[in-house]
Design a binder for this molecule. Sequence first.
Ligand SMILES: Cc1ncc(COP(=O)(O)O)c(C=O)c1O
Length: 401
Amino acid sequence: MVAPFAQRLRPLGSNVFDRMDQAKQDARQAGLDLIDLSLGSSDLLPPAEALTTVQSALSDPDTYGYTLFHDTAAFRQACAKWYEDKFGLAVDPETEVLPLIGSQQGTALLPLALLNPGDVALLTDPGYPSHVGGIHLAGGIPYFLPLVAEHGFLPQWDEIPAEVCRQARLLVLSYPHNPTTATATAEFWQQTLEFCRQHEIVLAHDFPYVDWCFDGRVAPSALQADPQKTCAIEFFSLSKSYHMGGFRVGYAIGNRDLIRALRLVKSTIDFHQYQGILRGAAAALATPETFLHHWRQVYRERRDTAVAALHHIGWPVPLPEATMYLWAPLPTGYGGSSGQFCLDLVKATGVALSPGSGFGSRGEGYVRFALVVEGSRLQEAIKRIGYFLEGSLKNPGAEFE
Ligand SMILES: Cc1ncc(COP(=O)(O)O)c(C=O)c1O
């Protein structure tokens, strides 16, 4: 008989996403042609240079051993150069960079380095589920900053009670934002850093969608508002910009004390990943901007195709400024929850979306589309959604008026 599990497990996991996984499996088994728009996993190919670099590393026996914590200088230098080139920020590759097994590893482990049980951490609702998971694992108490459309899905600093500001040790943000697709300006980051300094709060900025900003927008780094890196740390992922989610590679850049503390936590849990992956990731970071521009166009075209098709079927979703997602208020007239909508939809049509409630209570009333299939498949998915909304499929969702 297994003893009762630790209490820290209780708040983890989301039944909504679990139920969606089951529903996708059921839809497949029922013979439906699944169009899975529920995961932000890029369908595009990583840069060829990254793949050939990983491939040739396999025939180099020097890559087979453990990758220890001083490894690899070449990868850390590539990260520092990437930041310097992109944001004009000076970064010391020795002390201000930490390779990660995906950026999620960094944001999930940072609370263990910072929070004592009962310390407060500020984070957004809705937000990326792993952020709150890391706070729970560290025994921290999450305080949710509501993100609402009226405020551009940005937190309002003056609405946080003074007592909460006094107790808070950590603030976790992520712009361009998953799931709302909102972006933040340089001015927003200035105000955020002022808030953090005033209350002695560490800013952790998760920055995986830096490259997917559309129509001439540019996503500023939070570190541009803290170039001396006094209290901020930023996390970058190769999963999105370079389509390397399965390789599990990302990195943190920021305040050297934070980097050192995070490294201490990480070194208790694992080593770095296979050196060949770090070599491939360094090659990816050197990809010319023209490739990024091309992929950005791909996502922009998908966004335009999907939004136009949704408007055509009478679902007026907003046009996102950034990310690989659409954040769509549930269709007018639908009386059920976002979870029920997604379950009914996938069962009836084979189209899988993410229920907004999986990203926090403020996500209820929304669904998220991940634009990870070609335009023609998006059109097919939305055509089926149109039939579903009209009630012309067999199982159109009982609550629909
Ligand atoms: C905000 C955010 N952070 C982190 C991740 C995961 O990044 P990685 O694959 O580097 O762990 C995602 C993936 O969807 C994300 O949306």
